[in-house]
Design a protein around this ligand. Structure first.
Ligand SMILES: *Cc1c(COP(=O)(O)O)cnc(C)c1O
Length: 415
């Protein structure tokens, strides 16, 4: 192992042993990456992606073949009828709100069956009152908690479903919660259960942080609508903005009408030069996701060894790239985030402090020294300042940078 001059030799020795113990895990991650790389490459080949696709459109963006064929590539990767992949979808929250609001009408009901969703959705749904929340447009909402934060509560789901229920929503990643993230197959069980009760109910998945973590995706198990952010896994670290929605063609068309206008739909939306990064980022996404996953396992193993609780544990198969570590003390969480920031390419000299964030209830501390602002497929960590002072660590375009950052953090906290 390279002898970092600024890392304690004892810690380096410990890290080497831990890496060896992760050998089998890393092999499995490489196998999945290989399968996903093949799937992505084949989608490019099938759609005959050429140099001309990497160009740009302006103005209305009519007949932008690069944009339209990228959507075919996404639909092929996710095995769906259609896709909407646009720079005009500004972030993950926007993709989720777009997909939900386009497919819910006054009187309809939305039920999340993975507990309360990601903090930034509270206003979008209307859990916290807001203009243009789903609640304001007449959509009722409830959620069903998971059993032991790990299993779907099928009895409670059956009781919750009524004639009004239009969308059942599933958040794949734990977000800022202490629960398990979900594999596509596990999500598939819930799809089957819901469709058995009423096959007209739309099953929606927030797939943020989950893309390319398994060889399959939630849409391989009958999910109708599935969304994510391009400044997470599928952008491969290169996409500077954007979101995707994949799924049934009729539902995607409604999303396009909502994003632009009825009648215009997918026909408009200039790409302004981002397509090269969308395509190239997608080509790298399986490998980049694999590196992020290896960093997550390494983080769990290193900090577990020093008595911290890691979720998921280092020896569990991860279902998304987010690694939670409970620091129990606010100072340790801050030290962790400061070390991650200091090991970043951009803004390494900045000292993160916790502060208010739009859409979040508690103050949040964030480390993100990224090329793309706020990108969390790049090395990043954040944590709401509330017990048990959990750091949510994710990303690392390269395994090496993540490893070095984790060594620095553990050294600052424990050595
Ligand atoms: C990141 C994330 C979101 C929101 O995405 P933004 O791009 O931050 O708006 C929603 N759900 C989950 C599970 C996420 O990880």
């Amino acid at each position: 192992m390279f002898n970092y001059p600024d890392i304690d030799p004892e810690l380096l020795k410990e890290a080497q042993q831990i890496e060896e113990s992760l050998n089998e895990t890393f092999r499995r991650i490489d196998d999945i990456s290989e399968a996903n790389q093949y799937k992505v490459l084949n989608a490019f080949r099938k759609n005959r992606i050429s140099e001309a696709h990497l160009g740009m459109s302006t103005g209305y963006g009519y007949n932008d073949a690069g944009r339209d064929d990228l959507e075919k590539v996404y639909a092929d990767i996710f095995h769906t009828e259609d896709a909407l992949v646009r720079p005009q979808i500004t972030c993950g929250t926007h993709a989720i709100y777009l997909a939900l609001s386009a497919n819910l009408l006054p009187g309809d009901e939305l039920i999340y069956i993975t507990g309360k969703p990601y903090d930034s959705l509270e206003m979008a749904i209307g859990i916290v009152d807001s203009p243009l929340s789903l609640k304001e447009i007449g959509v009722s909402y409830k959620h069903v908690e998971m059993i032991d934060e790990a299993e779907f509560d099928y009895k409670a789901i059956e009781e919750a479903i009524s004639d009004k229920t239009r969308i059942i929503a599933i958040q794949r990643s734990k977000g800022y919660k202490d629960r398990a993230s979900l594999s596509p197959e596990h999500i598939g069980e819930a799809v089957k259960f819901v469709k058995n009760i009423n096959s007209n109910i739309i099953v929606f998945v927030d797939n943020c942080y989950g893309e390319f973590v398994y060889p399959d995706e939630p849409t391989d198990y009958g999910v109708d609508l599935c969304v994510g952010s391009l400044i997470k896994n599928p952008g491969g670290g290169l996409a500077p903005i954007g979101g995707y929605i994949v799924g049934r063609a009729d539902l995607i068309e409604r999303c396009a009408y909502k994003l632009t206008s009825p009648g215009l739909g997918k026909e408009v939306g200039a790409t302004l030069g981002v397509l090269r990064s969308f395509y190239q980022g997608l080509s790298l996404a399986p490998a980049v996701t694999a590196n992020a996953l290896k960093n997550a396992h390494l983080a769990a193993a290193l900090f577990e060894k020093h008595g911290f609780r890691a979720v998921p544990a280092s020896d569990e198969q991860h279902a998304c790239i987010v690694q939670a570590i409970d620091f129990e003390e606010p100072e340790k969480l801050k030290k962790f985030c400061k070390a991650i920031q200091a090991a970043s390419y951009i803004d390494s000299f900045v000292k993160p402090e916790d502060s208010d964030m739009p859409g979040y209830a508690d103050t949040v501390i964030m480390a993100c020294g990224s090329f793309v602002s706020g990108s969390s497929i790049e090395l990043s960590a954040d944590g709401p300042m509330r017990p048990p002072y959990t750091a949510y660590f994710q990303g690392g375009i390269t395994y090496e940078q993540g490893k070095y950052a984790l060594l620095c953090a553990l050294q600052d906290i424990e050595f």
